[in-house]
Design a binder for this molecule. Structure first.
Ligand code: TYD
Length: 222
C-alpha cells in the first residue's frame, strides 16, 4: 500500500517541529507501518549542506532571491528522489517539517517572486508528489518572532523584518483558502497539549480512512 505524506507548515516560532515530533511518537504507538520524520531543507546529506548554505547568517554577500529559490528547489528534488518516494513506496507514513507550501509562502509571498514560476519549479522538484495532508500552524508573526528571539541566535530567514513574515503568513492564508481539503488551519497560540490533541484527532480521522483495512485493531484506540 502506498504511504502517506503529512506536512507541517507555518512561520518561525509556531511550534511545528514540536508538534511533528509529538504526532510521530503517537502515530508509532497506533500503526504498524514505519512512521518517519524528516525536514526541508536538510532531509538528505546534500540537503544538509544546502541547509547550511541557506540558513547561515552572511555578513558579506547576500543570496539573491532567485538563487535562494533554486537552492530550496534543489534540496527538495534530492529529498523527493532519495528519501520521500522510496519510503512512501514501502508504505511509510512520513511527517515532513515544511514542503512546497513553504516555497510559495516564503519565496512567493515573502520575497515576492512569481507564484506561477514557483508552482512550476515545485512540480519539477517534486515530480508531482503532493502531501496527503498539511497542518498549518498559524501564528501572529510578532509572537512567533518573539518566541525565536528567546530561543537564541536567529538564522538568516528569521532575521527578516516583520513585514516579510506578515507576507509569509498571508501567503499561507491564501494557500489554505485554495486547498481547503488538504491544508488544515490550526491556531498555534493554543497550548501545546491542546494542539497535540487536535492534531491526533485529525490524524485519526484521516488515517482511519486510509489504513483501517490494513490495521483495524491498532488504529481503533484513542
Ligand atoms: P526550518 O527548518 O523550519 O527552521 P526553524 O525550525 O528554525 O523554523 O526552516 C528553515 C527556514 O527555511 C525557515 O526560515 C523557512 C525557510 N524556507 C524557505 O524560505 N523556503 C522553503 O522552501 C523552505 C522549505 C524553507
Amino acid at each position: 500500500m502506498a504511504g502517506q505524506l503529512i506536512v507541517f507548515e507555518g512561520i518561525e516560532g509556531a511550534g511545528k517541529t514540536t508538534q511533528l515530533q509529538r504526532a510521530a511518537a503517537w502515530l508509532r504507538s497506533q500503526v504498524a507501518v514505519p512512521v518517519l520524520t524528516t525536514r526541508e531543507p536538510g532531509g538528505t546529506l546534500l540537503g544538509q549542506e544546502l541547509r547550511h548554505l541557506l540558513l547561515k547568517v552572511r555578513d558579506t554577500d547576500e543570496i539573491a532571491p532567485r538563487s535562494e529559490l533554486l537552492l530550496y528547489a534543489s534540496d527538495r528534488a534530492q529529498h523527493v528522489e532519495q528519501y520521500l518516494k522510496p519510503n512512501l513506496a514501502q508504505g511509510a507514513i512520513i511527517l515532513c517539517d515544511r514542503y512546497t507550501d513553504s516555497t510559495l509562502a516564503y519565496q512567493g509571498y515573502g520575497r515576492q517572486l512569481d507564484l506561477e514560476l514557483i508552482r512550476q519549479l515545485n512540480a519539477i522538484a517534486t515530480g508531482g508528489l503532493t502531501p496527503n495532508l498539511t497542518f498549518w500552524l498559524d501564528l501572529d508573526p510578532e509572537i512567533g518572532l518573539q518566541r525565536i528571539t528567546e530561543r537564541g541566535a536567529p538564522n538568516r530567514l528569521e532575521q527578516e523584518a516583520l513585514d516579510f513574515h506578515q507576507r509569509v503568513r498571508a501567503g499561507y492564508m491564501a494557500l489554505a483558502q485554495n486547498h481547503p481539503q488538504r491544508i488544515i488551519h490550526l491556531d498555534a497560540i493554543a497550548a501545546a497539549d491542546d494542539l497535540e490533541r487536535e492534531i491526533r484527532a485529525i490524524l485519526q480521522t484521516r488515517l482511519s480512512e486510509k489504513l483501517c483495512e490494513s490495521f483495524p485493531k491498532k488504529l481503533s484506540k484513542n
